[in-house]
Design a protein around this ligand. Sequence first.
Ligand SMILES: CC(C)(COP(=O)([O-])OP(=O)([O-])OC[C@H]1O[C@@H](n2cnc3c(N)ncnc32)[C@H](O)[C@@H]1OP(=O)([O-])[O-])[C@@H](O)C(=O)NCCC(=O)NCCSC(=O)C[C@@](C)(O)CC(=O)[O-]
Ligand SMILES: NC(=O)C1=CN([C@@H]2O[C@H](COP(=O)(O)OP(=O)(O)OC[C@H]3O[C@@H](n4cnc5c(N)ncnc54)[C@H](OP(=O)(O)O)[C@@H]3O)[C@@H](O)[C@H]2O)C=CC1
Length: 423
Amino acid sequence: MTQLPFYRLPYGARRDQLAQLAHLTVSQLATIAARRQNGDDQLIENYLTTYGLPEGVAVNLRVDGHEVVVPMVTEEPSVIAAASNGGRLLNSREGIVTTVDRREVMGQIVFNHVADSTGLEAWLQAKQEEILNVANAAHPSLVTKHGGGARSIRVRRLPPHWVSLDIFIDVGEAMGANLVNTLCEAVADYIKAHLKVDVLMSILSNYATHSLVTARIAVPVTQLATKTVDGATVAEKICEASDYAQVDPYRAVTHNKGIMNGIDAVVIATGNDWRAVESGVHAFASQSGQYRGLSRWWLGEQGTELHGELTVPLALGVVGGATRVFPLVAINQQLAGQPTATELMGIVAAVGLAQNVAALRALVTEGIQRGHMHLQVKSLALSVGATTTELPAVVARLQAIKQPTMAQAQAALTAVRQENLRK
Ligand SMILES: CC(C)(COP(=O)([O-])OP(=O)([O-])OC[C@H]1O[C@@H](n2cnc3c(N)ncnc32)[C@H](O)[C@@H]1OP(=O)([O-])[O-])[C@@H](O)C(=O)NCCC(=O)NCCSC(=O)C[C@@](C)(O)CC(=O)[O-]
Ligand SMILES: NC(=O)C1=CN([C@@H]2O[C@H](COP(=O)(O)OP(=O)(O)OC[C@H]3O[C@@H](n4cnc5c(N)ncnc54)[C@H](OP(=O)(O)O)[C@@H]3O)[C@@H](O)[C@H]2O)C=CC1
């Protein structure tokens, strides 16, 4: 009998093969079994179990005049505290103000080995109307039900022999990847039926330069004061840190990682495609030819106000994709006040800005470790096996140590267990 390919095996047979291969113990198999979720096996391939991440909410955020509770999914301690802290630091009557000028996703049809790129470009430009009609006919409800549709085209010639036909598509309230791919493949078929061309591929671009969102804030510098450093000094140093992230890519990447701490967490909580967001955002950070910090902080003319701004490409949706697959996404949308896709872009950018100011303020004053490690010790204690009942006592011991190590965490747990035995 021929052996079935792995993906055709029933769940139990696949699990047993893995257990044998990786020498999984009975208790590890019980962990895998306990985390299985009905329906998740239909979402991905070769399903084994469901890997859960913690979800919390950031508070104190005011965006476009409204208080917003922001659901965040992250495994990293201090991220949600920092977002809430940033919201508090950036508190103002209107809060963080966001703008989205355009919300379109670009699809591209790439032609290969083009001998006459001038001729091809002229043909594509002349056929603009037909191309847009063919695209819209490929998924009519996008136009008729959701108010979207293909809007414009652009042709780019890329040496030595490629031409890209870019189609800009209003994807309604969706993220739009599947929609755009469907429309582009239909256009590619139409072109191939009329011209002898070699189409290399038809696919959306995740470089979402036509779905940019900007978050802006201005707050009195006094709001940035810490217990030991006055607000003007903190604000000035935040601006220096922001300027530095424009000139040193080594710093810019970390600066942006801090921003993405917030952005990714909301993107995941709202069922959006974080790989798409990550790749687009980092490409945008490199648009000048050098990787730079995404946010800018500067002092107002009198030096009494700190201004901040963050622009990021965010192709997000509130329908489609995974948004209806996970029940928690609907709950999270409700927690966030049922935002439209455009409003969600604003909320996510605002969290990125708040996250950034909290991290920069900590960095330029007391350093990141006190606030972060204070919250990180819980995760350190859990990582050495502390149970939730043992956690408070282990954490109390670790908080007395400046930079607790894994060995110290293990020793603290052993001490707590011995103490408990004596009780
Ligand atoms: C960690 C804090 C917030 C402590 O901040 P703090 O000033 O020591 O604490 P606080 O007690 O004064 O609290 C200030 C606010 O923080 C929030 N807060 C405070 N504690 C909690 C908590 N337990 N649970 C929930 N929220 C909390 C809360 O909103 C609170 O205000 P309140 O509501 O009390 O008026 C601060 O030090 C901070 O914002 N640090 C930045 C931490 C950070 O960015 N963490 C991400 C991981 S580090 C990283 O990956 C990025 C980085 C840093 O490399 C990026 C970069 O380099 O740019
Ligand atoms: N490179 C990438 O980023 C790629 C990403 N993906 C994945 O694609 C998925 C996202 O694609 P997307 O096209 O959004 O997903 P879907 O195809 O799941 O969702 C779009 C559908 O939602 C329906 N819809 C309902 N209401 C609206 C509305 N108001 N506006 C627009 N559409 C509406 C439409 O169906 P109807 O017209 O029938 O009502 C539309 O076809 C994600 O899962 C992503 O991970 C896939 C390929 C590549």
